[in-house]
Design a protein around this ligand. Structure first.
Ligand SMILES: O=C(CO)COP(=O)(O)O
Length: 254
C-alpha cells in the first residue's frame, strides 16, 4: 500500500510569524495522523524557521525548487546540499508556475530532479496541461511528454525516490477542480507509464493531485484508486483547511 502524502505548497506567501504559527498548528494537528506523510514547502527564506518548528515531529520539510548544480555562479538559485543542510527532504520540480512564468523547460526540470536525487532529496515532479491543451485534446501527450523527460534522465534504481504530482494548470488557484474522474484518468495514465518501467515501480509510485483542493472536495479526490495524496496551494495557508485535508487523506489509508 502506498502511504498517502499531503504537501502544502505555500508558494510566495508568509512571514516569520506566520510560518511559526502555521507550522506549529500543523505539527499539533497531525500528531496523531501517523498513517500519512505531511510535507511543508515554504519559501526558501522561511525554511530555517519551519525547520525549527517541525524538528521534533513527523512533519517533513521541503523546498519549492532546487538548482541543477551543487554550487557555483548561479545567482538566485539554491542547491540541493544547501536544502539538505537546512533539513529538507523533498523539493518540488517543474511546478507549472515555474514552467509558465519562468520558462522552465522539460529538460531543465529533468536536470533539477536528477540534482535533487544525487543529494538524497526527493523530487516531487509536477506535470499538467493548460486549458488550451485540454480543449485541444492534448492532455495525454503533454503530461506524458513532461513525465518522460524526467523518466529518461533518472536512473531506474532511483525512481522509487520520486513522487509525482498531476496539477492541471486550469485548476490551480482558480477554484475550478478537476472532477475525481478527470483526475483519476490522468493518474491512471501516468501510473501505466511508470508500470511499463517495472511492475514494482508502477505499483509503488505515489502520484499526488493538485489544483484547488479544499476540505470540501478532498475526500472524493482522495477516494480515487490512483490518487495517493494532495499538493495543496491556497488551502495549505489556512491551518484548519490543511488539517481537514490531512484527515481525509488519513481515512484513505484505513
Ligand atoms: O499549485 C498548487 C499546489 O502546488 C495548487 O494550488 P491551489 O491549491 O491554490 O489551486
Amino acid at each position: 500500500m502506498r502511504q498517502p502524502l499531503v504537501a502544502g505548497n505555500w508558494k510566495m506567501h508568509g512571514s516569520r510569524a506566520m510560518a511559526r504559527a502555521l507550522s506549529q498548528a500543523v505539527v499539533r494537528g497531525t500528531a496523531e495522523l501517523d498513517a500519512i506523510e505531511v510535507v511543508l514547502l515554504p519559501p526558501y527564506v522561511l525554511i530555517p524557521r519551519v525547520s525549527e518548528e517541525v524538528a521534533d515531529s513527523a512533519v517533513v520539510l521541503g523546498a519549492q525548487n532546487v538548482a541543477t548544480a551543487r554550487e557555483g555562479a548561479f545567482t538566485g538559485e539554491i542547491s540541493a546540499p544547501m536544502l539538505r543542510e537546512f533539513g529538507c527532504r523533498y523539493a518540488l520540480v517543474g511546478h507549472s508556475e515555474r514552467r509558465q512564468l519562468f520558462g522552465e523547460t522539460d529538460a531543465l526540470v529533468a536536470k533539477r530532479a536528477l540534482a535533487a536525487l544525487q543529494e538524497d532529496l526527493r523530487p516531487i515532479v509536477c506535470v499538467g496541461e493548460t486549458l488550451a491543451e485540454r480543449e485541444a485534446s492534448e492532455t495525454e501527450d503533454v503530461v506524458l511528454r513532461q513525465l518522460d523527460a524526467v523518466l529518461s534522465a533518472v536512473p531506474e534504481a532511483q525512481l522509487g525516490q520520486v513522487v509525482f504530482a498531476y496539477e492541471p494548470v486550469w485548476a490551480i488557484g482558480t477554484g475550478r477542480t478537476a472532477t475525481p474522474e478527470q483526475a483519476q484518468a490522468v493518474h491512471a495514465l501516468l501510473r501505466e507509464r511508470l508500470h511499463r518501467l517495472g511492475a514494482e515501480i508502477g505499483r509503488r509510485a505515489r502520484i499526488l493531485y493538485g489544483g484547488s483542493v479544499k476540505p470540501g472536495n478532498a475526500g472524493e479526490l482522495l477516494a480515487m484508486p490512483d490518487i495517493d495524496g494532495g499538493l495543496i496551494g491556497g488551502a495549505s495557508l489556512v491551518a484548519d483547511d490543511f488539517l481537514a485535508i490531512c484527515e481525509q487523506a488519513a481515512l484513505r489509508r484505513e
